[in-house]
Design a protein around this ligand. Structure first.
Ligand code: DC
Length: 234
């Protein structure tokens, strides 16, 4: 029996770089738990809208709110849904409106403090694959393997556009591309935990690769790391 606990794989990168698909597939193959930290920032944004709060004006209250929420990922059908205070939030957090608001919400220091603590907690008793923007740099700087996925803005917007259309959202490609560029710009330039590649992360440009090729590459890298790994928490 393996006693692995902690962050076995940290996957960071900009929106639409394929992080979720790759992280989920790697977790499935390894029997690890998949954690989508972006979903948690989206959930706070969703609650902000519901409570009629405004970023900039109500940051203190938003920070408090983030600390009061309880998060849990549960299997629903063949996917995993984020539950917030026992309510299935999955559909509500995937709208473009919540996605756009999650970026300024995630720049509020108290929000990050609470969510980072919750994320560390989730890996305390089991091995996880965690994806986000700051997993390798802030949440788990000692993760066994750190991967940073990149892709051109056009390719990322195309993937996100296809996802939204499949979900029945009425969006234009130009709008998705513009939203994505604006979000990247904010995520990269915020003062706290900006999106950046950790010194010891391995960068994979996904533009010329299929998802399966990216997954295989990550699994190969992980197999290498596991060879020298002694089973202590990471
Ligand atoms: O990955 P996503 O698009 O679901 O993320 C939603 C927002 O949350 C995104 O604008 C950046 C932010 N985020 C973050 O700041 N840190 C993370 N670890 C994950 C997401």
């Amino acid at each position: 029996m393996s006693a692995e606990t902690g962050c076995m794989v940290a996957i960071d990168g900009p929106a639409g770089s394929g992080k979720s698909t790759v992280a989920r597939a790697v977790a499935d193959r390894m029997g690890y738990t998949y954690i989508d930290t972006g979903a948690m920032y989206r959930a706070v944004a969703w609650k902000v809208l519901r409570a009629d709060l405004e970023v900039g004006r109500d940051d203190e209250e938003i920070g408090r709110l983030a600390g009061e929420l309880s998060f849990g990922f549960r299997a629903v059908g063949d996917g995993r849904h984020l539950f917030v205070d026992d309510e299935d939030a999955e559909t509500a957090i995937r709208t473009p409106r919540v996605g756009n608001l999650s970026s300024p919400v995630s720049a509020i220091p108290q929000v990050r403090e609470h969510l980072v603590a919750a994320q560390r907690d989730m890996a305390r008793h089991e091995p996880v694959v965690m994806e986000g923007r700051d997993i390798g740099t802030v949440v788990f700087p000692s993760a066994l393997l750190k991967v940073f996925l990149t892709a051109s803005a056009e390719e990322r917007a195309r993937r996100r556009y296809d996802q939204l259309v499949a979900r029945g959202e009425d969006v234009s490609f130009e709008q998705v591309l513009a939203d994505m560029r604006a979000r990247d710009e904010r995520d990269r330039n915020r003062p706290i935990a900006p999106l950046r590649i950790a010194d010891d992360a391995i960068e994979i440009d996904t533009d010329p690769l299929t998802i399966n090729e990216v997954v295989d590459r990550v699994l190969e890298l992980l197999a290498d790391r596991l060879e020298g790994y002694d089973g202590t928490a990471v």
